[in-house]
Design a protein around this ligand. Sequence first.
Ligand code: ADP
Ligand code: MG
Length: 277
Amino acid sequence: MPITFDHVTYEYPTDGTPVPAVKDVSLEIADGSFVCVLGENGSGKSTLAKLMNGLLVPTDGDVRVDGASTNTEDEDALFAIRKKVGMVFQNPDNQMIASIIEDEIAFGPENLGVPREEIEERITYALEAVGMTQPRHHTPEKLSGGQKQRIAIASVLAMRPSTLVLDESTAMLDPKGRREVMEVIRELNRQGITIVLITHYMEETVRADRVIVMSEGAVVMDGTPAEIFGDTEAVRRYHLELPISDYLAEKLREAGLSLPHKIYDEKSLAEEICRSK
Ligand code: ADP
Ligand code: MG
């Protein structure tokens, strides 16, 4: 069952006139989909993310996870929503609590009251899912940024979520760390986990099913990567960039190469160049 937003507005409480951070957003995140959220700083992406699992509750409208509203007094219902929709944030260091990797992963399930043997299974599952099976008794301190972020993802996976919301989780990583994390995310999606990825890196969106663009709290575009990046005027208007391979394709076209207009990743662009020579 999906996550649905029905005319959702969110205003942070202020002393003066409240300015909505999210304005009248209606959308549905389908099960198993891979959705990217783009938009300038301050456009409302993080607020949208926090509305997805009840960390924030709409000022107006309703968010539902598997049919259950996040606007509820029922602690158990809210807990169930938080379990289903896991969040990974930008800075891995702020997300680490324990000094041993496996304790870090166990923290969530322990709080859920999961029995000890099952916690062991979940630690194994979660570390395998992020490709970090080796150093489970170590401290996370010496890990690279990419490895730390994979541990952060593993600790969310140990809660057995159906959806992962990643809020600029690759922003602080070097290119290698970013690639590692993106590979893990794609594999989790192949296994059926719904992915909502907030990012500034356009190349991360190329394999998404869907791209949502936000501007001033509103959803201003919603389509496939090809639809979004094919609209060059809108790309300019919302200060997006083309993914690097598409930028290259545009330049090659300008230089006289006859490349079909579509969305490329590195591999498909390389193949297309070989075909067109
Ligand atoms: P993004 O993640 O796209 O950068 P945010 O969702 O963080 O955007 O912010 C959207 C708007 O809400 C911005 O105008 C921002 O200044 C405001 N905002 C974000 N967090 C708070 C907060 N805790 N209190 C007041 N205003 C906030
Ligand atoms: Mg943000």
